[in-house]
Design a protein around this ligand. Structure first.
Ligand code: 6PG
Length: 249
């Protein structure tokens, strides 16, 4: 199935198949990037869906299929909590994936969530990204995203117009998010849409109505922020399970 204007769509049978396909894409996009540029820059996403993917990537069979010394990991958004908090996306990824694979600590690039304000953290992260990628708008090899049942993605939420148009910014602080915890940090569309590849993972029946509106309804980015994801010179792939795809034509 595909809807070219809003990206390529691949429907998987169930949650385990979705996680497996996401892990396979991580490996194949990663190996292609390493072959071309000697490194793979990837932004992980939040949510429950990626955790099964992390576990697969950490399995003995899969972790041997990529050179982790060449993988650089970032997060497309983060909850503003210490990494020891169960809500921390860094903490979750460390537990399920990063502590299980031979990735150098210096290749892990989290947001700072303690000892600074969210605004300062976003500024620092933006500066770091610009220097890491060598100027211009950073171009990630892969940005992974989720989609909430309300149509949010990363920490870009409906009804928060200031997050939709943050000017030239690459990274922002987000307050009063409807999904807890309320204080967050997020990539902006400017950064997301410069990626070579964006993969959105969406599974579960609670997303079926929203997915139909996002993929087959009119444009309304303020109500459905995930509609703002359309990489300019990159590939957008939706990996969805049958339950989430139930209302697509
Ligand atoms: C988070 C992320 C959020 C997430 C989606 C999908 O804080 O979890 O910011 O954007 O990726 O809400 O989450 P699920 O995969 O759990 O549905």
């Amino acid at each position: 199935m595909s809807t070219p204007a809003r990206g390529e769509i691949v429907v998987l049978d169930d949650a385990p198949s979705l996680a497996n396909e996401a892990a396979e894409r991580f490996i194949s996009i990663g190996n292609a990037a390493i072959a071309a540029n000697r490194r793979f820059t990837v932004a992980l996403s939040g949510g429950s869906t990626p955790i099964a993917m992390y576990r697969l990537l950490a399995s003995a069979e899969m972790r041997a299929r990529i050179d982790w010394s060449r993988v650089h990991v970032f997060w497309s958004d983060e909850r503003f909590v210490p990494s020891s908090d169960p809500d921390s996306l860094l903490g979750v990824a460390r537990q399920a994936l990063l502590s299980q694979v031979p990735i150098p600590e210096s290749n892990i690039h989290p947001w700072q969530t303690t000892g600074v304000t969210p605004e300062l953290s976003a500024d620092m992260f933006q500066q770091f990204l610009t220097s890491f990628f060598g100027g211009g708008i950073p171009r990630f090899d892969l940005i992974l995203l989720g989609m909430g049942p309300d149509g949010h993605t990363a920490s870009l939420f409906p009804g928060q117009p200031e997050s939709m148009s943050p000017g030239e910014r690459l990274a922002i602080a987000v307050h009063d998010a409807p999904k807890p915890p309320p204080t967050r940090l997020s990539f902006t569309y400017r950064l997301i849409n410069n990626a070579a590849s964006v993969v959105i993972l969406a599974g579960g029946a609670d997303k079926a109505g929203t997915l139909q509106a996002v993929l087959q309804g009119p444009d309304s980015v303020v109500q459905l922020p995930v509609q703002g994801v359309h990489p300019k010179n990159g590939h957008l792939l939706w990996l969805i399970d049958a339950a989430a795809a139930a209302r697509l034509n």
